[in-house]
Design a protein around this ligand. Structure first.
Ligand SMILES: Nc1nc2c(c(=O)[nH]1)N[C@H]1C(S)=C(S)[C@@H](COP(=O)(O)O)O[C@H]1N2
Ligand SMILES: [Mo]
Length: 517
């Protein structure tokens, strides 16, 4: 039987030291602050340090897989580095240990530089260091080496006991790490799920929304996006777990008096409900980073009026989330009469954790990154000259109205469909004016019918809510390029000019190629 090579076992020892340490750190973080977990803290630091073009690329290429890919990459790189540290420790124990501790220090630093961090956020790194060292010492001993011996002796040691000892020790460490890390992960998940709070009713409840086109054509996006399938975009690797009891909203800056509201105080104000479509600036033409819901909240103006704003000074509302993340909203945009809201309900339920529990901002007509702060904690009236928000620092536009756009949901790109009667359908949005019409072009590539044909519109839930649309199509065999464009109620037509999401939202017209046979 081949003996495990000492080099290999040293590598594995280093790797398992990091794995065990990280798992312990993850569990401690789950009990204190999940965001301070070593891998998550480093991942967050990577997100914050990544240049904008790379971020744009990652969102486009990886979509919602961007976070798992990031966490996986951080973990793999850290484990490989720790494996190398293990190899080094074989000859020079002190140097190997120093390499491992440098790795831990990096994670500790990443946790402590987070904007809302406190001294307790160093605890997971401390746990990682202690457990990591213990594992390394244990596995070094189990493999029969003291860690200070030379290779010669290592390779000459008897095969039997030490090899078995190492394998058992390594296996036990791996299992224990999985259990400890898994427990931490379960705890974090459990914290993310609890949102049982009582919601107030709107003072003037809206009538129930009519059935959408999806009832007839199930390939068209539902009129109301269910909370569970609402797109999610944020810089957080773990969802902030906010306790409603301790939560407050502070309005400060250029105000007559600083005001702090509790959740109870907020929810007993003038409560309204509004149907609003929300969009991400990173949405590509034809993309799905948007959703539509019935939101429950208090008008932003009412909240600001509690403090009395001095608009001769302030030109922006700088909103801050519980984790220190910031968003700038132009003051004149937020207060121009649109339904800017401080939101706590979504489709009849408390705001889900992923979408900002307990309270978020929502500004219809501008992209999420300039008006829809999740896990909201502070509204500061200030100026762009004085303070910059997260995305502003990264050169995205300061004022970013949602672009007039439309999307084909069915048929899907490159689909083969049967000849005969079918339907082309999707959604279109035009904030703040509302959709006037939607047109479809069916191009057979042979100079056939190139004319734009008007589609039929689905139900209307107001000008800041998307419209579903469809066009019945008697499809004959051939290959077709389908296109869609929207026109708003002011007669403006969706432009065919292409613009990338950076810095102020994509434009262009979606085309879909299908084969009919
Ligand atoms: N605290 C916080 N709020 C945030 C963000 C964030 O990263 N952190 N992302 C913004 C962006 S870019 C968008 S598009 C919307 C997305 O909201 P949703 O995840 O509920 O769809 O939230 C905005 N609010
Ligand atoms: Mo966004």
């Amino acid at each position: 039987m081949p003996r495990p090579r000492p080099a290999l076992s040293s590598f594995v020892a280093g790797l398992l030291a990091a794995l065990g340490g990280t798992a312990a750190g993850h569990l401690v973080a789950a009990l204190t602050n999940p965001a301070s977990s070593p891998v998550l803290a480093v991942g967050t630091a990577v997100i914050n340090l990544t240049p904008t073009p790379v971020k744009v690329w990652a969102v486009r290429e990886l979509g919602s897989a961007d976070k798992p890919v990031l966490i996986g990459t951080v973990l793999v790189v850290a484990l490989l580095f720790a494996g190398v540290a293990g190899l080094v420790a074989r000859r020079r124990f002190g140097v190997g240990v120093a390499m491992l501790m440098a790795l831990v220090a990096l994670a500790g630093l990443a946790a402590l530089v987070q904007p809302a961090a406190g001294p307790l956020d160093a605890l997971p790194a401390v746990a990682t260091a202690v457990v990591g060292l213990a594992v390394l010492a244990f596995l070094t001993r189990a493999s029969g080496g003291t860690g200070t011996r030379g290779t010669r002796i290592d390779t000459e040691r008897p095969a039997g006991a030490s090899r078995r000892g190492f394998l058992v020790g390594a296996g036990a460490t791996a299992v224990l790490a999985a259990v400890v890390g898994g427990t931490g992960q379960l705890l974090i998940r459990a914290k993310e799920r609890i949102t049982d709070i009582a919601l107030p009713a709107a003072r003037k409840p809206l009538a129930a929304l009519p059935d959408g086109l999806e009832v007839t054509y199930d390939a068209i996006t539902p009129f109301v996006t269910p909370n569970a399938s609402f797109y999610r975009v944020d810089t957080n690797l773990t969802v902030p777990a906010v306790d409603v009891e301790g939560w407050t909203l502070t309005i400060d800056g250029d105000v007559e008096r600083e005001v702090t509201l509790t959740f109870d105080e907020l929810t007993t104000m003038e409560v309204v409900e509004k149907d609003i479509t929300m969009t991400c600036v990173s949405n590509e033409v034809g993309g799905n980073l948007l959703g539509s819901a019935r939101w429950l909240g208090v008008p932003l103006r009412e909240v600001l009026d509690r403090a009395g704003i001095d608009s001769t000074k302030a030109d922006q509302i700088l909103s801050t989330a519980v984790d220190g993340f910031t968003i700038s909203t132009p003051l004149d945009v937020a207060l121009d009469g649109r339904d800017s809201l401080v939101v706590f309900g979504m489709n009849g339920e408390p705001l889900p954790r992923e979408h900002g529990f307990p309270v978020r901002l929502l500004t219809p007509g501008i992209y999420g990154y300039v008006g829809s702060t999740k896990w909201l904690e502070r509204l500061t009236l200030t100026t762009y000259a004085k303070q910059e928000a997260y995305w502003t620092e990264r050169k995205w536009a300061t004022d970013a109205p949602v672009r007039l756009s439309s999307r084909i949901d069915t048929p899907k790109a490159l689909n083969n469909i049967d000849a005969g009667s079918t339907v082309i359908g999707g959604v279109a949005w035009a904030q703040p004016d509302g959709i006037g019409s939607v047109e479809v072009r069916i191009d057979d590539g042979e100079g056939g019918d190139l004319a734009w044909q008007e589609a039929k519109l689905g139900p209307d839930a107001g000008s800041v809510y998307w419209r579903q649309w469809f066009l019945p199509w008697d499809a004959t065999p051939g290959t077709y390029t389908l296109a869609v464009r929207a026109t708003n109620t002011r007669g403006e037509v969706q432009t065919a000019d292409r613009a990338t999401p950076f810095p102020a939202g994509s434009t262009g017209i979606q085309t879909v190629v299908v084969t009919v046979s």
